[in-house]
Design a protein around this ligand. Structure first.
Ligand SMILES: NC(=O)c1ccc[n+]([C@@H]2O[C@H](COP(=O)([O-])OP(=O)(O)OC[C@H]3O[C@@H](n4cnc5c(N)ncnc54)[C@H](O)[C@@H]3O)[C@@H](O)[C@H]2O)c1
Length: 599
C-alpha cells in the first residue's frame, strides 16, 4: 500500500528542504526514482530512507500488488501462477509511474518486463542496487516468503536469477553497489548518482515541467515535439479536487484506480451500444482483475438518449443493480453518456460518486471535465441538469482509434475553442500541427492535455458558471440552436460541427461589428475548413430554416438572462469575452445576411 511520506510528516516544501535536495527534487519534475534489484538487495529499506531524505512519498510495489489482490505474493503465485503476478506487477508499475515524483521499490522481476522498462525510461530514473550472490544469499536464505526460492535448491535458484537478470538490470540509469552498512551511505551514493545522471541527460526536460505540458512560444513551429505520452491534469476544487489521466492503455488500469478511490465499492458502467461493443470488454476485464464488482447499463447511441425516458430507465437500472450510495457509477462513452450517467449519478440516492471514462475526443477535451451533467428538454438542449463533479477522469487515448473520423473532427472543434478563447499560442500551434494531432501519439496527448488544463483552470475559478466559465460556450448559442433545428439528427449535424459553425459565426459577427479584425475571422474559417469542419449553415444537409426560427431557438438557450442573449464574442484569436445584452435585431440582421450570402 502507499506508504505516504516516509517520515510520517507532511511532504517537505522546497523552502524547508536543504538546497541540494530542493534542486534535485525540482530537477526530477514528475519523474519517480525506481529502485531495482534482486530480493535482498535492500530496495525497501534503502528506498524508505531515500524518500525520507528527499521528502517524497515511498511506495513498495509488492505491497501495492498484495493490496490490489488482497493476497500475499506467495498466495498469488500459488493460486494464480507467476504469469498472473507478472501481469499485475506490470499494471501496478504503470500506475505508480503515472503519479510521480515518488520513490518506488520495484519487485525483482519488474524491470525484466520490456513495457515496464520503457515506462520507467519515460517517467522515472532507475537505480540498480547491485549485490553479490553471497551477500544476497546471506540476507534472504532465512526468509520463507520468497516464492521464487521455495522448493528445490534455493541457492542455485538465486544464482540462476542473478545470471538471467543482471544483464538486464545493467540497463539501469544508475548502479549502486549494495553493501552491508548504514543506509545513509547508500542514500548518499544514490543522490550523487542521480545528480550525475541528470547532469549528463539534458534530454530529460519534458518531465521536469510541472503537471501538464505547455509549449514555449519559440518551439511552436519546430519539428517533432518532445511531449509526454502520459499526462495528468488536476482540477483544483478543494476537497473535491480530482485528476484527469490522459494517455494510451489507461482503461487496463481503471480497476486499480477505482479500487484506490473507493476500496470496497461496486460500480455500474453506463455506456452506449457502439462503445459497449468496442471498449466495454476491456473495462470489465480491468475491473475483474482488480476485484471490483460491476454491473452494466447500455443505452442507444446518440443525442436521443439524453431524454427523460432514458434517464428514468438508467436510474431504475442503477437502483435495480442494488448500487449503494458509496458505490460508483462509471460513464464509458462520449459526451452523451457522460451527461446522462453524470446526471443519474447526481440524483440517484441523492448523489453518488462517478468516474468519467471518455471515449470520444469531444468528451476527452471537454464534456468529461467540469461537472456539468444533464439531459435535453423538448424546449432545448441541456435544460435539465445538475453540477456534479466526477471523482476521476480516465481519458484513454487508445479508445480514439475506433472513433469515426467525422466524430474525431467534431471533437477537434472543441480543442480549437480553447485556443480561440484564451490561448493564441496554442491556436497557432494547432494551425501548424493539426495533422500530428489527427495522426495520434504524443502531439494528440499534448492537445488533449492543453485543452483539459485550460478547462480545469476555468472550472477551478468559476465552477458554477457565474462568470468566466461562460467563455467555454463560444459558438454554443448558435450551435445549440442549429442542433435543435436539425432535431438532434446526428446524420445531419453532430454537436462539434454545430460548435464549429457557431464559432465561425461568432468571429464573423465580431468582425462585422468591428470588434475583431477580418484577418482573424479568415484564419478561424480557414483552419476549421482545412480540417474538414463546416463553418456555415449552408453546409448542413437539408438546411431550410429562416432567421426568425433560428433566433427563436437561440432564445431557448440557457444563456438567456432577463430575456437578453449573452454571446461569446472575440477581440482577436485568443481573446474572447462575454457580451451581455446583444440586441435581438442585431442578431436577426446578421442571420439574414448569413443566409442571403449562402453562409
Ligand atoms: N457536460 C459538458 O460540459 C459538455 C460539454 C460539451 C458537450 N457536451 C455534450 O456532449 C454531447 C456530444 O458528445 P459526443 O460528441 O462525444 O457525442 P456522443 O456521445 O453521441 O458520441 C458520438 C458517437 O460516437 C460513438 N462513440 C463514442 N466513442 C466511440 C469510440 N471510441 N469508437 C467508436 N465510436 C464511438 C457513440 O456511440 C456515438 O455514436 C452533446 O450532448 C453535448 O451537449 C457536454
Amino acid at each position: 500500500m502507499s506508504g505516504g511520506n516516509a517520515s510520517g510528516a507532511e511532504t517537505e516544501t522546497d523552502s524547508t528542504r536543504n538546497p541540494r535536495v530542493a534542486s534535485l527534487v525540482s530537477a526530477l519534475g514528475r519523474r519517480s526514482i525506481v529502485l531495482i534489484g534482486l530480493m535482498g538487495s535492500g530496495k525497501t529499506s534503502t528506498g524508505r530512507r531515500l524518500a525520507q531524505e528527499l521528502g517524497l512519498e515511498f511506495v513498495d510495489a509488492d505491497e501495492e500488488i498484495e493490496a490490489a489482490a488482497r493476497l500475499s505474493i506467495t498466495e498469488i503465485f500459488a493460486r494464480h501462477g507467476e504469469d498472473s503476478f507478472r501481469d499485475g506487477e506490470r499494471r501496478v508499475m504503470a500506475r505508480l509511474l503515472c503519479e510521480g515524483p515518488r520513490v518506488v521499490a520495484s519487485g525483482g522481476g519488474a524491470f525484466m518486463n520490456e513495457e515496464t522498462r520503457a515506462r520507467i525510461a519515460l517517467s522515472g530514473i532507475s537505480i540498480w542496487l547491485k549485490a553479490d550472490q553471497d551477500v544476497l544469499w546471506r540476507r534472504v536464505r532465512k526468509r520463507s516468503h520468497r516464492p521464487l526460492l521455495q522448493g528445490g535448491d534455493p541457492e542455485q535458484t538465486l544464482r540462476t536469477l542473478l545470471e538471467q537478470r543482471y544483464p538486464v538490470y545493467a540497463l539501469a540509469d544508475v548502479t549502486i553497489v549494495s553493501r552491508d552498512g548504514p543506509h545513509e551511505l547508500a542514500v548518499e551514493e544514490i543522490i550523487a548518482g542521480i545528480e550525475c545522471f541528470l547532469r549528463s541527460s539534458p534530454g530529460l526536460s519534458p518531465l521536469a515541467r510541472p503537471k501538464s505540458v505547455t509549449v514555449p512560444q519559440q518551439q511552436q513551429n519546430a519539428g517533432p515535439q518532445p511531449f509526454s505520452s502520459h499526462v495528468q491534469v488536476s482540477v483544483e476544487l478543494g476537497a473535491r479536487t480530482y485528476t484527469i489521466l490522459i494517455g494510451a492503455g489507461l482503461i487496463a488500469e481503471a480497476g486499480n484506480h477505482i479500487r484506490r478511490l473507493a476500496p470496497r465499492a461496486a460500480c455500474a458502467i453506463v455506456t452506449d451500444e457502439n462503445v459497449a461493443k468496442l471498449h466495454l470488454p476491456a473495462l470489465e476485464r480491468a475491473l475483474d482483475e482488480a476485484f471490483v464488482r460491476h454491473a452494466r447499463v447500455v443505452v442507444a447511441p446518440g443525442e436521443g438518449s439524453k431524454s427523460f425516458a432514458e434517464y428514468a430507465r438508467v436510474c431504475n437500472a442503477l437502483i435495480g443493480a442494488k448500487l449503494e450510495r458509496g458505490d460508483v457509477i462509471v460513464a464509458l462513452g462520449g459526451g452523451v453518456i457522460g451527461d446522462l450517467a453524470g446526471f443519474a449519478a447526481a440524483t440517484v440516492r441523492r448523489g453518488m460518486r462517478f468516474i468519467q471514462v471518455p471515449t470520444t475526443l469531444l468528451a476527452e477535451v471537454d464534456s468529461s471535465v467540469g461537472g456539468k451533467t444533464g439531459i435535453n428538454s423538448s424546449h432545448g438542449k441541456n435544460l435539465i441538469g445538475a453540477f456534479h463533479q466526477p471523482s476521476l477522469v480516465i481519458a484513454d487515448t487508445d479508445t480514439l482509434e475506433t472513433l469515426p473520423p467525422r466524430e474525431f473532427r467534431a471533437g477537434y472543434a472543441e480543442i480549437v475553442k480553447y485556443g480561440l478563447i484564451g490561448d493564441a499560442g496554442f491556436y497557432a500551434w494547432l494551425e501548424a500541427n493539426w495533422r500530428a494531432v489527427f495522426a495520434g501519439g504524443a502531439a494528440r496527448v499534448h492537445a488533449i492535455a492543453t485543452s483539459c488544463k485550460a478547462k480545469a483552470a476555468i472550472v477551478a475559478r468559476d465552477e458554477y458558471e457565474e462568470g468566466e466559465r461562460a467563455l467555454l460556450n463560444l459558438g454554443h448559442t448558435f450551435g445549440h440552436a442549429l442542433e435543435r433545428l436539425t432535431s438532434y439528427d446526428g446524420a445531419r449535424l453532430v454537436h462539434g460541427e454545430a460548435v464549429a459553425i457557431g464559432m465561425a459565426c461568432a468571429f464573423r459577427f465580431s468582425a462585422r461589428h468591428g470588434l475583431c479584425g477580418l484577418q482573424d475571422q479568415a484564419r478561424v474559417e480557414a483552419h476549421l475548413q482545412e480540417v474538414g469542419l463546416p463553418v456555415c449553415m449552408a453546409g448542413i444537409p437539408g438546411w431550410n430554416v429562416g432567421p426568425e426560427a433560428i433566433l427563436e431557438a437561440m432564445y431557448q438557450d440557457k444563456k438567456v438572462e432577463h430575456g437578453a442573449l449573452a454571446f461569446i464574442l472575440a477581440r482577436a484569436i485568443g481573446d474572447c469575452f462575454i457580451a451581455k445584452n446583444v440586441e435581438a435585431s442585431e442578431i436577426l440582421g446578421f442571420l439574414q445576411d448569413e443566409l442571403n450570402s449562402g453562409h
